[in-house]
Design a protein around this ligand. Structure first.
Ligand code: ADP
Ligand code: GLC
Length: 481
């Protein structure tokens, strides 16, 4: 099986969220199953060093306004294909947003070009390598099957993976020509979506199979509340939709070996966690205390529900809890967490920004991680939390519902709890979950048992990689049958 991934980010090269973690990790797990896999992403400035080490394998005289080429390079155990197109990707700062905090005005061309390049590899191949299947990830790769439709000759089937349906890549229909899309594709069966061009919509309508990143989110997506306008289309394609849970890269996320920690530890010997906790307290200006140290590592957006945590902060502090926040995003939320750190100095500490190394240390040094998301396709930070013995306190939705076993009476009796879930998703129930965490934490023996259990909970990629392989085979067979 030869497989091409098309995506907008890939850890450790370029990352703004969980998508990058997944794109960097799945290929390694699939390679172990015998899959030959290449990953196509744009050559943003951060990848210049990598481009310099690579080899040109395809070129475009004019790719949506300028010359472009694809550079192949092996790095970090991955076979990377980097789309170099200076007019589209050679820009400083955030990969999606301009300096004014708004989407780059030509994001349609930027990611249309990525999709176009993916489709070109699908039909022509790279040297002797032609993919059997293309896995397109999120809206940025949504036009891959559209461009395949426009090309001649044999073409590989496409699996479209939804990491977050909140981002759909919607653009004015006046951009059709600039994107090289022919008018006959602008139909309700093609790229048209309520009068606009819908990148994700196109991917969902034109691909052979669809996956998303947890079974619960796959079910939620079929409802108007979660489907965000695409639920009808997904209900029609239900037979082709599957939810495959994300895993984590254990080479990067293991407290036994993680170089970002001040002390390594394991389920057998959790003593080292205390040293990490002291370091987190020092870095966030927190005073030592008897209550649990909660943490947040997150984009600060409506999705993540952290306004509800702000609402419940007085409660958390009154119970003796402390909180370390690492995040960036909406300015109002950033300001509110900074204000809270001033108001509750010593109990709440905030760092605004993106800091990969610090995120590892916080996972190691905290007792619990709070994830009150309004919706969460999968979520990775609760999986890191499990692995690091940092018990997740999560909203019961999407992948959070599928990965954390709530410490209710039955689970405690059966010795299988690994964290706390709350529902319905509102501030009152989050407050209740924080109370439950503090009560459980006071029973240090029960808490330590839960930590050990959480750390042993399987969170690697093996099972899910096998499930992806089944989907790729089904996509391939749907073409040959
Ligand atoms: P999403 O992709 O919706 O943001 P996930 O939980 O799937 O949510 O993935 C988020 C990823 O980004 C995790 O690897 C998390 O550790 C990381 N992350 C989020 N915010 C920060 C931050 N401020 N600094 C460092 N890492 C962060
Ligand atoms: C998205 C989702 C997140 C998921 C990640 C990787 O960013 O918001 O829940 O874990 O993609 O699939």
């Amino acid at each position: 099986m030869k497989l091409l991934f098309v995506a907008s980010e890939c850890a450790p090269f370029i990352k703004t969220g969980g998508l990058a973690d997944v794109i960097g990790a799945v290929p390694k797990a699939l390679a172990e199953q015998g899959v030959s896999i290449k990953v196509l992403i744009p050559a943003y400035p951060a990848l210049a060093g990598l481009v310099a080490k690579g080899k040109s394998v395809m070129s475009f005289v004019d790719l949506f306004g300028g010359p472009a080429r694809i550079v192949a390079v092996q790095a970090e155990g991955l076979d990377m294909l980097l789309l170099e197109a200076g007019h589209l990707f050679d820009r400083p700062g955030n990969i999606y947003l301009g300096p004014n905090g708004q989407d780059w005005p030509d994001n349609d061309l930027r990611f249309g070009a990525l999709s176009y390049a993916g489709a070109r590899i699908g039909t022509r191949g790279i040297e002797d390598w032609v993919p059997d299947v293309i896995n397109a990830h999120d809206w940025q790769a949504g036009l891959v099957p559209a461009y395949l439709q426009l090309s001649e000759g044999p073409k590989p089937p496409v699996v479209m993976t939804i990491h977050n349906i909140a981002f759909q890549g919607l653009f004015e229909s006046t951009r059709l020509a600039a994107l090289g899309l022919q008018a006959e594709l602008f139909t309700s069966e093609g790229v048209e979506y309520f009068g606009k061009i819908g990148f994700l919509k196109a991917g969902l309508a034109l691909s052979e199979k669809i996956t998303t990143v947890s079974p619960t989110y796959a079910a939620e997506l079929l409802t108007p509340d979660f489907g965000m306008g695409l639920d009808g289309l997904l209900r029609n394609r239900q037979a082709d939709l599957s939810g495959i849970l994300n895993g984590i890269d254990l080479d990067i996320w293991s407290p036994e070996t993680d170089a970002n920690l001040v002390a390594n530890y394991s389920a057998r010997s959790i003593k080292g966690k205390a040293k990490n906790r002291a370091e987190v307290e020092a870095r966030f200006g927190l005073t030592a205390g008897d209550g649990p140290l909660f943490c947040v590592i997150s984009r600060l957006t409506f999705q993540k529900g952290l306004d509800m945590l702000l609402d419940r902060l007085p409660h958390l502090v009154s119970l003796g809890g402390r909180l370390a926040v690492l995040g960036s995003g909406e300015p109002a939320l950033e300001r509110a967490f900074i204000d809270a750190s001033n108001r509750y100095a010593g109990s709440v500490g905030t760092k605004i920004g993106y800091d990969e190394a610090l995120s590892h240390l916080i996972q190691a040094g905290s007792d619990a991680i709070v994830i009150p998301s309004r919706f969460e396709p999968c979520g990775l930070t609760q999986l890191y939390g499990l692995r690091y013995g940092t018990l997740p306190v999560v909203a019961r939705t999407g992948g959070l519902a599928d990965t954390v076993i709530d410490a209710n009476e039955a689970a405690m009796l059966a010795d299988c709890a690994t964290g706390i879930q709350f529902a319905p998703i509102n501030a009152t129930m989050l407050g209740n979950a924080i109370s439950r965490a503090c009560t459980l934490f006071a029973n240090q023996k029960a808490w330590a048992a839960m930590m050990r259990r959480a750390m042993r909970h399987p969170v690697g990629w093996d099972l899910s990689a096998a499930a992806y392989l089944d989907v790729y085979r089904a996509a391939r067979d749907s073409r040959t049958s």
